[in-house]
Write a protein that binds this ligand. Structure first.
Ligand SMILES: [Zn+2]
Ligand SMILES: [Zn+2]
Length: 160
């Protein structure tokens, strides 16, 4: 279990976990941002047309217990590992290590028990890979580099 000492870390956002309940987490601390990701790894990981992700500091999320998660490394973003429950194989949490950034954790929105306190999605990325359209007026980022930049700049804004 990790704890973060910054002021935002006391804000309770929610609890969640995998379908079978072996992986559980509690979020204390405002997410840096939430976005829709249409990349192919999100599609495969979520077994859905896109990922709806909340990105936050690792220290804002307490995992109980972390040992029940199988992590697999993928190439996007630079160092991303996607965790699935070792028991049910369901979506759990993802970890991101970007050079020079604090460690980040990605919560797939569908694993939250309640989205009441979660922020609304801010943008779409990897739209060149989209398989279905979501009707909204959010900014849409297309192309690998544009999408990477949208992600990185949203992290930077969130960390400020
Ligand atoms: Zn499970
Ligand atoms: Zn993605």
């Amino acid at each position: 279990m990790q704890t973060s000492r910054d002021q935002t870390s006391t804000q309770f956002i929610g609890k969640g976990g995998c379908v079978c309940g072996s992986v559980q987490y509690t979020i204390h601390g405002a997410p840096l941002f939430r976005a829709f990701c249409h990349c192919e790894t999100c599609q495969a990981y979520n077994q859905a047309d896109y990922g709806d992700i909340l990105v936050m500091r690792s220290g804002s999320v307490a995992l109980e217990p972390e040992t029940s998660i199988d992590f697999q490394f993928h190439q996007w973003p630079p160092v991303l590992s996607r965790g699935k429950c070792a028991d049910c194989g369901g979506v759990a949490v993802e970890k991101i290590s970007l050079p020079l950034f604090p460690k980040l954790i990605v919560i797939p929105a569908q694993t939250l028990r309640s989205q009441e306190r979660a922020p609304a999605p801010a943008f779409h990325m990897f739209c060149h890979r989209r398989v279905s359209e979501i009707e909204d007026n959010l900014p849409r980022h297309t192309g690998y580099l544009n999408s990477q930049w949208a992600f990185t700049s949203a992290v930077l804004r969130g960390l400020r």
